[in-house]
Design a protein around this ligand. Structure first.
Ligand SMILES: Nc1ncnc2c1ncn2[C@@H]1O[C@H](COP(=O)(O)OP(=O)(O)OP(=O)(O)O)[C@@H](O)[C@H]1O
Ligand SMILES: [Mg+2]
Length: 455
């Protein structure tokens, strides 16, 4: 089934007029013919306006609900068209005279400028030339031909939102605002112009209390949607990257389907804990290890082998770099581990040898006789080993690098002692962080004690 056919099947009751036109067209040629036939039936003035007609392009769920909402929350997956929906609703309200004093809020000043204003789905892009507002970046201001103005705010500077009054507030991606509650509260304090001030939040969610409260308010209207709803309008590279990365993972339920993930009671990690300290890139690392929690039996029902790389920076923070966990034979996981060791320019491989004994070292040596291997033995329970590592996360000393660790993060945020599945990714991570940070802290403490005894 083609992407188009899949889309029609999945979103049958939420198609835009544009998409409905192409219903039953088997391929692009058929679409082209259908479009030409259709265009021949409408007057040229309408035809010219069509590229800019949101009513024509929008799926029903992207149009403002007819109810008497005060806040419209669009909570949807990555690439759903959230920003476009916010920009289009802003355009509509200005055109109708419903919005004249606007506040635009993004996570940072750069986000407001690059995404909400100048982005491919931002305010400037959705206006035809004649009605496009003038943008003065230095004043952080947009001015429409009809006199309406919008001011750009960064959630990083919530104090600036105190004071200005507004009749329309649009916030994009509030789940990643650093001072989210404060920024929103300040914005709402001045949100009292005219007799019908309204606001809008467009976001891929995270389970944050302040956003949950907004969704629960009586006059909040919540629209939800999935990345898949907009599949036909997304670049293939975006689909490969985002859908490929998250499909089938727990985190994918949040990123692709915008589900509010509830923390697992008893789990040592929460997604928020991981997200809060995530970084895009690792700094210079002093020491890098690849840790392995090996499955020693091969075959269909063997466990997977956890393989995780992490590094230590000069300030003692740990950066989790990659997860190559796999369910393959010992030869194959040894190869993967050594490949990862080469890729991250590792200093050492740390391998748990409870099950395999010397076999583990032997298979690694077969792949590369020179690789330094440290064998570790689990003498304490999993939870006891994992707790000091989770504590380092809580102190903000462990950072996940990039967004490629969804499977590992799923395991961290859902594993509890009662779980029957063996958490191989978690085990490998715990060995890596223990080797880099926990052991080091212990050694340091021991040497402090030793030197104070000596004194
Ligand atoms: N109904 C639609 N018809 C045509 N194109 C659309 C429609 N909705 C969104 N798009 C286009 O899809 C692309 C993604 O939209 P947008 O940037 O608004 O998504 P998003 O949900 O904000 O994504 P992200 O999660 O990356 O922030 C843009 O090119 C946008 O113009
Ligand atoms: Mg967006």
């Amino acid at each position: 089934m083609s992407v188009l056919e899949q889309h029609y099947e999945r979103a049958a009751d939420n198609l835009s007029p544009a998409e409905q036109l192409f219903l039953d067209c088997p391929d692009e040629d058929a679409q082209r013919i259908r479009l030409a036939e259709f265009l021949a039936t409408i007057p040229p003035s309408v035809r010219e306006a069509m590229p800019w007609s949101w009513r024509w392009w929008a799926r029903p769920s992207q149009l403002a609900p007819a109810t008497n909402w005060r806040t419209w929350v669009v909570r949807a997956g990555r690439g759903y068209g959230k920003t476009r929906t916010g920009a289009e609703e802003t355009r509509r309200r200005v055109r109708k005279g419903l919005a004249g004093h606007i506040a635009l809020i993004g996570a940072t000043a750069a986000d407001v400028r690059d995404v909400m204003v100048e982005g491919e789905s931002g305010i400037l892009a959705v206006h035809p030339t004649g009605s496009r507002p003038e943008y003065e970046p230095s004043k952080r201001r947009l001015t429409w031909p009809n006199g309406a103005t919008a001011t750009c705010f960064s959630a990083e500077e919530p104090d600036r939102l105190r004071g200005p009054q507004s009749d329309w507030v649009w916030g994009d991606e509030p789940a990643s605002w650093r001072s989210g509650v404060l920024a929103w509260d300040n914005a709402m304090f001045g949100h009292r112009l005219g007799n019908d001030p309204r606001s809008m939040l467009t976001m891929t969610p995270r389970p944050l209390d302040w956003l949950r409260k907004i969704e629960a308010e009586a006059r909040t209207y919540v629209t939800t949607g999935a990345t898949y709803d907009n599949l036909t309008n997304l670049a293939e590279s975006f689909i490969d990257m985002v859908v490929g990365r998250y499909e089938g993972t727990r985190l994918g339920r949040q990123e692709l389907f915008a589900e509010l993930l509830v923390d697992t009671p008893g789990a040592l990690w929460t997604q928020d804990l991981i997200d809060r300290h995530r970084v895009r890139e690792a700094p210079m690392l002093q020491r890098v290890v690849v840790a392995i929690d090996p499955a020693v039996t091969a075959g269909e029902d063997s466990d997977s082998t956890g393989i995780v790389a992490a590094g230590l920076a000069a300030d003692g923070h740990v950066y989790v770099l990659a997860d190559r966990t796999c369910r393959v034979s010992p030869d194959a996981w040894a190869r993967r581990a050594v490949d990862l060791y080469d890729e991250v320019e590792g200093d050492r491989i740390v391998a748990e040898v409870n099950n395999g004994g010397d076999l583990v070292e032997t298979v690694l040596r077969t792949v590369d006789p020179s690789v330094p291997v440290r064998k570790v033995h689990a003498s304490r329970g999993k939870r006891v080993r994992a707790e000091p590592v989770a504590a380092l996360y809580e102190q903000g000393r462990v950072h996940h690098v990039g967004a490629e660790l969804a499977d590992l993060e799923d395991e961290l945020t859902t594993w509890t002692v009662e779980a029957s599945e063996s958490p191989d990714r978690l085990d490998a991570l715990v060995w890596a962080v223990t080797e880099l940070a926990v052991e080091q802290v212990k050694r340091r403490r021991r040497s402090v004690v030793a030197s104070s005894v000596a004194a």
